[in-house]
Design a protein around this ligand. Structure first.
Ligand code: PRX
Length: 655
């Protein structure tokens, strides 16, 4: 499909565009300017990125080749040397930003801390020196399993500083899930805290680390523990060290290691269509550049902004848009330990008011939770500092969009609905506020340099308003480089799902989408066996593997069903082994089992026991039918391939 014309976009009635003053002061001031930029980038992407790399980043050594594209492997800025921690910290120290707030942190119990760029730099250097003291070398992997406290960001930056790739594991994952990730990454050191606060309770993180290591992670020599909650914590002599003990004698100077552009920056595990999560690998320079520029343009970032992204650093959003993107720009980034909770339904709005947050970035699931808690909470706070709102993680339903726009944005703030993934590293399809008018529920247009399309499985563009697969047709700087330890899986999953033709490769995102008559993208959700529960991405196979690892389970099939609050809820169809009673007790036991195998985020909302599962004659579970059943819908589509119709009838009648 050709690019939309400006006239056709502006003719739309449902559009929202902030006032003229906003656009005049924005980085990208008009749709016309966006389009010129887009066309310039599309005509010669390497040239476009090279110009930005030169202007926006510090280089120890300039690159020789901008892009080396040997599908599906892309290398950006080959021969160049930089360091993302240097770009996030050191270069600001020679400017007035030295004493600017880099990180504002608010703990759930109401404690808080502000670190200037100079202070953050010092603590990062101290931690980097402690890593070295513990025997960590460039290239060694470090596991981070932390609550949302400044030390989580400090640890990430300290890793980047010495060239030790981090793998951050979300604190809500269980000991078992943590173990799997540490084993796969062969982590040498783990950084954790005694605990963290979440929904008025302490999450005992160190205890989980102990359990994970008990199960056997031979690569881990040391554990560094930050004292956060102060409860009694077991410390294994010789292995476990308190951060404050080692920090006391650590130097606050540690030069940033010049890193090759393509040196690994981090591994982040994410769910896919098989049972085993994939280690998504991101590298240094391209990731730095892309997260830097997308933060700057998409949030129209200014030095006066107070920027708050409510994600957890355990997810890609936390990596790219709490830590690296904002700090690389010298911004003030807010970090909040807590989650929206009924005991303090106004907690988010208190943070906005207290710090005068100007840019607020959250997920549709959080917005839906706030709607439920009532608009009197935000209305009782002064939210006038806000100027831009953002959303990420799942398609935003128009009701939530309109509420966000009206109650939080006071019909004044543009909403940037950013479509992207762990794999893409940064925003791919997103409004640029002031330039691209928004429509509720649409991520609008691709970021300059991103050649996106909606295609069929042969790679042919589908027509206007036709559903198809979201695909990216040119490499971009922050694209994932591989699946850690499994390059074959990388190629198969992302670059061969739509077979290449005539030298054209298609990055397959796994999302369905359509483009409307103005060329705007509407992302419809996953087309594979990945579900999104409260914006957390989970593979149905992963949950099935957890279920069948319990001795009572013969077979399990997991599907998502629509859920008003969480987007999707997990429904598990389970057949039990002989000798076990399918009843309430087993129901509870299995839910708990999934929690201990993966984490509370994967707890099934519902388990339906059944003698058998609907399968095709070749023995494949027909999940489509189970999805219909779970949602209480009529069975749609063809059922002629079903092996045994009576299975379906029984499931339908609840027998
Ligand atoms: O299905 C899309 C959905 O989230 C998936 C990526 O999940 P994850 O790697 O965990 O990263 C989440 C944060 C970037 C996508 O394949 N998704 C993300 N953002 C949007 C979205 N769906 C619709 N609209 C969005 N803005």
């Amino acid at each position: 499909m050709s690019q939309p014309t400006i006239e056709s976009i502006l003719k739309e009635k449902r559009l929202f565009q902030p006032g003229a003053e906003f656009s005049q002061n924005a980085h990208i001031k008009s749709l016309d300017e966006y389009q010129r930029l887009y066309e310039k980038a599309a005509a010669d992407p390497p040239k476009f990125w090279a110009e930005l790399a030169e202007k926006e980043l510090h280089w120890f050594k300039k690159w020789d080749t901008v892009l080396d594209w040997q599908p599906p492997n892309a290398k950006w800025f080959v021969g160049g040397q930089t360091n993302i921690a240097y770009n996030c910290l050191d270069r600001h120290l020679t400017t007035w930003r030295k004493n600017k707030a880099a990180l504002i942190w608010e703990g759930e119990p109401g404690d808080s801390r502000t670190l200037t760029y100079a202070q953050l730099h010092r603590e990062v250097c101290q931690m980097a020196n402690v890593f070295k003291q513990l025997g960590v070398k460039k290239g060694d992997r470090i596991g981070i399993y932390m609550p949302m406290i400044p030390e989580a960001a400090i640890a990430m930056l300290a890793c980047a500083r010495i060239g030790a790739p981090h793998t951050v594991v979300f604190g809500g994952f269980s000991a078992e899930a943590l173990k799997d990730r540490l084993v796969d990454a062969e982590a040498k050191l783990v950084i954790t805290a005694d605990g963290g606060w979440r929904k008025d309770a302490i999450v005992p993180l160190k205890e989980q680390v102990d359990k994970a290591l008990e199960h056997g992670v031979p690569s881990v020599d040391n554990v560094l523990v930050v004292q956060r909650t102060g409860q009694n914590t077991h410390m294994e002599p010789g292995r476990d060290h308190w951060w404050h003990d080692l920090q006391a004698n650590a130097s606050g100077e540690c030069p940033a290691e010049p890193m090759e552009s393509e040196d690994m920056l981090f591994i982040l595990y994410t769910s896919g269509t098989t049972g085993k999560p994939k280690g998504v690998v991101h590298t240094t320079a391209g990731y730095n550049l892309y997260t830097h520029i997308t933060t700057q343009w998409t949030f129209d970032l200014k030095d006066t902004d107070v920027y708050w992204c409510t994600a957890d650093v355990g997810w890609i959003t936390g990596h790219s848009y709490i830590v690296y993107g904002p700090l690389s720009n010298g911004a003030t980034t807010v970090m909040y330990e807590g989650a929206p909770r009924s005991s303090n339904p106004g907690c988010f709005w208190d943070v906005v008011e207290k710090y005068g947050v100007t840019i607020f970035y959250t997920a549709p699931t959080a917005i839906r939770a706030f709607i439920k808690m009532g608009e009197h909470h935000p209305k009782a706070r002064n939210l006038s500092s806000l100027r831009i709102l953002g959303t990420v993680g799942e398609p935003i339903n128009p009701e939530a969009w309109v509420w966000y726009h009206r109650v939080i944005g006071k019909e004044r703030c543009p909403i940037v609905d950013t479509w992207w993934q762990t794999e893409t590293g940064g925003f791919m399809i997103t409004p640029i506020p002031g330039a691209i008018p928004t429509k509720p529920g649409s991520a609008t247009l691709p970021f300059p340099g991103i050649i996106a399309d909606v295609v069929d499985l042969d790679g042919n563009p589908v027509g206007e308003n036709q559903g198809g697969y979201l695909a990216i047709k040119h490499p971009w700087p922050s694209m994932m480089r591989t699946v850690y330890g499994d390059p074959d899986r990388f190629r198969r999953t992302y670059w061969e799902h739509i077979p290449p033709k005539d030298g054209q490769y298609f990055y397959f995102a796994g999302d369905g989408a359509r483009r409307d008559e103005t060329g705007y993208f509407w992302v419809m959700g996953r087309v594979d066996d990945v579900i999104s529960v409260s914006g957390h991405r989970l593979g149905t196979m992963e949950i099935e593997s957890a279920l069948v690892s319990h001795p009572a389970v013969a077979e399990a099939a997991v599907v998502g069903k629509p859920d008003e609050l969480r987007g999707e809820a997990i429904v598990a169809f389970v057949s039990v082994e002989e000798g076990y009673d399918a009843g309430d007790e087993l129901d509870k036991l299995l839910k708990q089992h999934v929690v201990s195998e993966i984490g509370a985020l994967a707890r099934p909302a519902e388990i339906r026991f059944t003698d058998d599962l609907p399968k095709t004659r070749s023995g494949k579970i027909m999940r489509r039918l189970l999805r219909n059943l779970a949602a209480g819908q009529e069975i749609a589509g063809d059922t002629s391939t079903l092996q045994d119709r009576s299975v379906l009838d029984k499931l339908r009648s609840g027998a």
